[in-house]
Write a protein of this length. Structure first.
Length: 222
């Protein structure tokens, strides 16, 4: 189920969006300021953000470049009263995936969200971060255009992490996702992470002490 974060300081608008999103099966969280937005973004995982530009503590659009660097797979749809062509073009140019002007019809918002997720679903089998390319459907990894040999489980661990950059996965979560009901010690996760690092470099996967592992989308920038 897709998770959507509503970033909007107007409580009535947040409630309208939340009601419609939940009625269409989406999980929803909300933030009313840039500070709260950042906190939620770095402590949870979302598939899409509905982003109002003008918030009490600043212009959220200034956050977009950093968001797209640190969370390249996170979708962003701007919903704003700033509805000039220049505003829309600027928002799209610096990383927004869509732009909806206020006042809006909630049904249009739902339609735009569904359209975004349809586009994403067509492209999520190919992942690229700088020189690192991952072809999830074909179990192929390339670094600097050279194919990297990996076992099936190593590949599945890498693909899981790379599809969710900067999200911290516990060992238990990785085990459950990749190995399922197989009874295996969580030590096997550490072994597979070590093997992956030896093959593509240590900078791509970070250890978060006491929590687990996360994929660094800027692993090439070291």
């Amino acid at each position: 189920m897709e998770r959507i974060l509503i970033v909007e300081d107007d409580l009535s608008i947040r409630n309208i969006l939340k009601k419609y999103l939940k009625s269409h099966g989406y999980e929803v969280d909300e933030a009313g300021s840039i500070v709260n937005f950042r906190k939620k973004l770095y402590n949870d995982k979302f598939d899409l953000v509905l982003l109002d530009i003008m918030l009490p503590d600043g212009f959220s659009i200034n956050e977009l470049p950093d968001i797209k660097v640190n969370f390249p797979d996170l979708g962003v749809i701007i919903i704003s009263a700033r509805d000039s062509d220049n505003d829309k073009i600027y928002g799209l140019e610096i990383g927004a995936d869509d732009y909806i002007a206020k006042p809006f019809n909630p049904r249009e918002v739902i339609a735009r969200i569904k359209s975004y997720f349809r586009r994403v679903s067509k492209n999520n089998e190919y992942i690229k971060y700088g020189p690192l390319e991952i072809f999830c459907e074909n179990y192929v990894v390339k670094l600097d255009n050279n194919e990297v040999e990996m076992t099936a489980k190593e590949f599945e661990v890498l693909c899981l992490l790379a599809k969710n950059p900067n999200y911290v996965f516990s060992r238990e979560k990785i085990l459950d996702t990749v190995w399922g009901d197989e009874f295996i010690s969580d030590r096997v996760v550490d072994v597979h992470i070590s093997n992956i690092r030896n093959k593509i470099g240590k900078s791509w996967i970070k250890t978060i002490r006491g929590a687990g592992y996360k994929f660094n989308p800027r692993g090439y920038d070291v």
